[in-house]
Ligand binder design. Structure first.
Ligand SMILES: [Zn+2]
Length: 67
């Protein structure tokens, strides 16, 4: 299995292992840094999460140019 890429970019869509209570498990990256800011694609709720925690939650990265 390929190691998960952790160089997230703005506008990447991250698929989480667990779903948000709204039913969506996809989050859009709106700010990168040591803390990552993500917007839920289901309910538009914004969360801030440390990058190290995010690495454990993300199942895959859906990048625009890889459609
Ligand atoms: Zn949500």
């Amino acid at each position: 299995m390929q190691k998960l890429v952790t160089n997230y970019q703005i506008n990447d869509v991250l698929e989480f292992k667990k779903s948000h209570p709204c039913g969506s498990n996809k989050w859009k990256v709106i700010r990168c840094g040591v803390d990552m800011k993500l917007e839920c694609l289901g309910c538009q709720r914004v969360i801030i999460i440390p990058r190290v925690d995010l690495n454990k939650k993300v199942k895959k990265i859906i990048r625009e140019e890889e459609k």
